[in-house]
Design a protein around this ligand. Structure first.
Ligand SMILES: [Zn+2]
Length: 375
């Protein structure tokens, strides 16, 4: 799912393309996409409004409109935004189209249809509200990690009031806005802090490192236009941060710091990646983490056994030429074979996602090609 750097990239691209344009109409074929209005009411409420600014809050894009209105876009799993001429080919995955006065269209493409859009009024104090005065989802968000007001002191005050595990805390949008699975894993690895470690065990120096790595990884990722993993792409092309990630989706690969294999556990249904040597768990946190870590080891053993069975099956029928020629397929231990299989699977997933993004771009018209972003 796109996180702060990816959403920031989309917002910046969009800003350069649409600020100053007037929205003249809207069409939506999947009503659930719009959280605040029925499609017709949404079209009536947004038509005639000028796009004054495009920003971001947490993982949402916030489009400021004339008449003190704001449009929020949450990309969720597979949402993509494109700005295209009207003759760009139709695309079955585009569920919301905003028509602009110069003829172009802002298209919200969303294969899984989890993305959500909302139209809110800006109150006198600057908050977003629904038509009947209800709060917007932005009201629940914690501070922006890159805001100058989010100082080390502010971070310390915040984390010292919490008891949770670091991974869960960092991905809690009410604790700090915009950090998700990718950048939480990366920031914790850089700070040498175990994802299952609890906040009260942090020493002042740990807090300082974590504060620095969270902000550092987010800034670096924005510079690289985010991580183009799965379906994420921006109006002006893919990001390249995925090449710089040290642990995320790198289970079994050597830790860039110590060479030991990167581990993967499930925490609240989400995959969590870390190095158990570089990111030590304090003794006081071990009993509470034992079950989660044991489940991770069980999974690793199951992968290794599957690799052994595969190897045994192929030795019964004798190796094929193609298998003998495959680099690195001979002489591996079951654990190594499991890791190689896992890497190959991850690589296939990455390639499939890249071709899906390229296809989306092709079908949605003349944007920049994915590998040569403009600007
Ligand atoms: Zn390590």
């Amino acid at each position: 799912m796109p996180e702060l750097p990816e959403v920031e990239t989309v917002a910046r691209d969009l800003r350069a393309l649409v600020v100053g344009a007037t929205i003249v109409g809207a069409a939506c074929d999947w009503p659930r996409t719009i959280q605040t209005h029925a499609p017709d009411a949404f079209a009536a409420a947004i038509a005639g409004r000028v796009i004054e600014a495009v920003g971001r809050r947490g993982k949402r894009i916030v489009v400021e409109l004339s008449g003190d209105r704001a449009l929020t876009v949450h990309l969720k799993m597979t949402g993509q935004l494109f700005v295209v001429p009207p003759e760009a080919p139709a695309d079955a995955h585009v569920h919301l189209v905003l028509a602009l006065d110069d003829g172009r269209e802002v298209r919200f493409r969303d294969i899984r249809k989890f993305g959500r859009v909302g139209l809110y009024a800006r109150s006198e104090v600057g908050d977003l509200e629904t038509e009947d005065g209800g709060a917007s989802p932005l009201a629940e968000l914690g501070p922006e990690p890159l805001d100058p007001a989010f100082t080390l002191k502010a971070f310390r005050t915040r984390i010292r009031g919490r008891r949770g595990r670091l991974k869960s805390l960092l991905t809690d949008q009410a604790f700090v806005a915009g950090v998700g699975n990718i950048y939480a894993d990366e920031a914790l690895w850089r700070a040498r802090l175990h994802p299952l470690r609890t906040a009260p065990t942090l020493r002042p120096d740990d807090e300082r490192r974590l504060y620095g790595t969270v902000r550092g990884i987010l800034e670096e990722a924005i510079e690289r236009r985010g991580s183009s993993i799965d379906d994420y792409t921006a109006p002006e092309g893919d990001g390249s941060m995925q090449e710089r990630l040290d642990v995320y989706q790198r289970e079994g690969e050597p830790c860039p710091r110590c060479g030991r294999p990167i581990r993967r556990i499930l925490l609240g249904m989400r995959a969590t990646h870390f190095c158990s040597f570089c990111q030590r768990l304090p003794a006081v946190d071990r009993p509470g983490a034992a079950r989660t870590l044991a489940a991770g080891r069980t999974r690793e053993r199951a992968l290794a056994q599957r690799a052994t069975r595969t190897a045994a099956a192929s030795s019964r029928r004798g190796p094929r030429w193609t298998e003998m020629a495959a680099e690195g397929s001979l002489g591996l231990t079951p654990a190594e074979a499991a890791r190689a299989a896992e890497r190959a699977r991850a690589e296939r997933t990455r390639k499939a996602a890249a071709s899906r993004r390229a296809a989306a771009r092709g079908s949605t018209g003349p944007g920049a090609p994915p590998d040569t972003p403009r600007g």
